[in-house]
Design a protein around this ligand. Structure first.
Ligand SMILES: C[S@@+](CC[C@H](N)C(=O)[O-])C[C@H]1O[C@@H](n2cnc3c(N)ncnc32)[C@H](O)[C@@H]1O
Length: 280
């Protein structure tokens, strides 16, 4: 079945670029949806998307086409880096102490999927910097309406919780109800979920730390460049910390961000001078 037009439409709408070796995903992921809407060809799917008159169809397709793989404390070294290096340095830079909290810590978790990433950040801050917790706000966004609706509930299966949450965190912040685990309301209270498409929606701004992990991998080089340029504008004064996935980097995307390390974790920090590798 011809798929070129649909791949282009999907890329224009979501940024997700299906390379030749991923085209088989169209069959497996869209089969059911095409039956439901009585669409016989990929061109008909593309046309329906272009008509932009059926938001339910659009959201269902986006949900099928995107990959939501995630888990609590994924690549856990980055949560150590947040607790032990990134946040302490932010506190120092802003001259914030327990008795002198003059501003809020604003984070943005992009492509947050079912919420495990922003909730892992909230738990990390509660555990390591409890006095900062009430002064922290985490915006968590994703293009997929389905994942945002589930993330807001903060209810996870046995498998999802046991996949990354240490026992003491599970006992402290989750309540088991039948076969599910409900996340503590206080942890949930600092996370705000919203649908946001990195390709078409205006970017919010004023963040100290942005996490965009395992999202750029689905985009082509030009889209990555454009998204990273906008992310940097969303950081406070174009500065701040940018955290990508463990297999992603800023090479060829931007110059004035240096890579920092903490244990196995790597992240990026603005520097006004030429790029160099800064070791701790
Ligand atoms: C593999 S998950 C990453 C989840 C989490 N950040 C992590 O690293 O565990 C990628 C997420 O990016 C979202 N996504 C894909 N394209 C997007 C876009 N254009 N705008 C916003 N989110 C997008 C998907 O819906 C998906 O939930």
């Amino acid at each position: 079945m011809e798929h070129k037009q649909l791949i282009q439409v999907i890329q224009n709408m979501t940024g997700v670029f299906l390379t030749d070796d991923k085209i088989y995903l169209l069959d497996s992921r869209l089969n059911q949806l095409m039956k439901e809407y009585n669409l016989k060809t990929y061109d008909e799917v593309a046309l329906k998307l272009l008509q932009k008159d059926d938001s339910e169809f659009y959201h269902k397709l986006v949900d099928k086409i995107t990959t939501h793989e995630t888990r609590f404390f994924r690549d856990e070294s980055i949560f150590d880096a947040l607790a032990k290096q990134i946040i302490p340095e932010w506190l120092e830079k802003n001259q914030i102490s327990k008795s002198n909290i003059t501003k809020k810590l604003n984070l943005w978790s992009i492509g947050c999927s079912y919420g495990q990433e922003p909730y892992s950040i909230a738990i990390t801050i509660k555990e390591n910097h409890p006095y900062l917790f009430p002064h922290t706000k985490i915006l968590a966004t994703d293009i997929s309406k389905d994942v945002i609706e589930r993330a807001k509930k903060g209810i996870y299966t046995d498998f999802e919780v046991n996949r990354g949450v240490p026992d003491y965190i599970k006992n402290k912040y989750f309540t088991k109800i039948d076969n599910e685990y409900k996340l503590d309301e206080e942890i949930k209270s600092i996370v705000e979920f919203k649908i946001h498409n990195l390709i078409h929606d205006p970017y919010p701004y004023g963040f100290d730390i942005i996490l965009c992990r395992n999202v750029l991998i689905y985009f082509d080089l030009n889209t990555k460049k454009e998204v990273v340029r906008k992310l940097i504008r969303s950081l406070n004064n174009n500065e701040g910390i940018l955290i990508l996935g463990s297999s992603e980097n800023l090479i060829n995307l931007v110059d004035n961000y240096v890579m920092r390390e903490y244990g196995l974790a790597r992240y990026y920090e603005f520097t006004p001078s030429v790029t160099f590798f800064k070791r701790n």
